[in-house]
Design a protein around this ligand. Sequence first.
Ligand SMILES: C[C@@](CO)(OP(=O)(O)O)[C@H](O)COP(=O)(O)OP(=O)(O)OC[C@H]1O[C@@H](n2ccc(N)nc2=O)[C@H](O)[C@@H]1O
Length: 206
Amino acid sequence: MDIRIGLGFDSHAFADGVPLVIGGLKIDHPQGLAGHSDGDLLLHAITDALLGAVAAGDIGTFFPPTDPKWKGADSTLFLKTALEEVALAGYQIVNLDCVLIMHRPKIVPIAAQMRERVADLLDIDLKRVSIKGKTPEGLSHDGAAVAHVVVLLEGITIPNEPRVMVAETETPNEDDVETVLTGLAGDKHDISALGRKPAFDTDDLT
Ligand SMILES: C[C@@](CO)(OP(=O)(O)O)[C@H](O)COP(=O)(O)OP(=O)(O)OC[C@H]1O[C@@H](n2ccc(N)nc2=O)[C@H](O)[C@@H]1O
């Protein structure tokens, strides 16, 4: 079985005068999370987990925190790009498990809504998304929020039916079968050939 695992982490500091957005969900809270973008640490960690699972780099190489273009950016854009990379590499999400570490807000009362939003953004079933809250006991996490995400991917397999159909209609050689399958499913994607990934620039390091 062709499976991949990805790990994502992010942290942001709480600040006054900033709306709080976690997992694409706007949350009523006295403070928000400050960032170059909208500070959505959960979507950032999911984005990094997805990119990591297909070894496509990280959120900072795609959207450098030094680039004014991403100032105040909606993090759903980062997530969509990571989803494209996953699809181009030939994988789909099996499930993801997320831990949000912060004193406030409490996650349990909003977890169901957050899971729905994340599942919707990822276009997967709700049962495949787990989001848990954790109090940072004994840690110096005051004034900050942390997210950890692990994601499992599986390779998208081309159903065997076309191969069986070709084999049953004639007595083709392997080359004929491959020609028909490529016509039906397209070539296997090679993301390194797409040239989408921005060149890494050490000036982008913060
Ligand atoms: C989402 C964005 C939008 O601009 O900003 P924020 O809203 O979090 O501020 C960024 O993509 C958020 O990028 P993120 O990857 O979290 O930022 P950093 O941790 O500062 O890393 C920036 C880049 O430096 C690299 N990096 C970082 C630390 C390190 N010791 N070595 C590195 O090579 C990372 O791989 C990344 O490519």
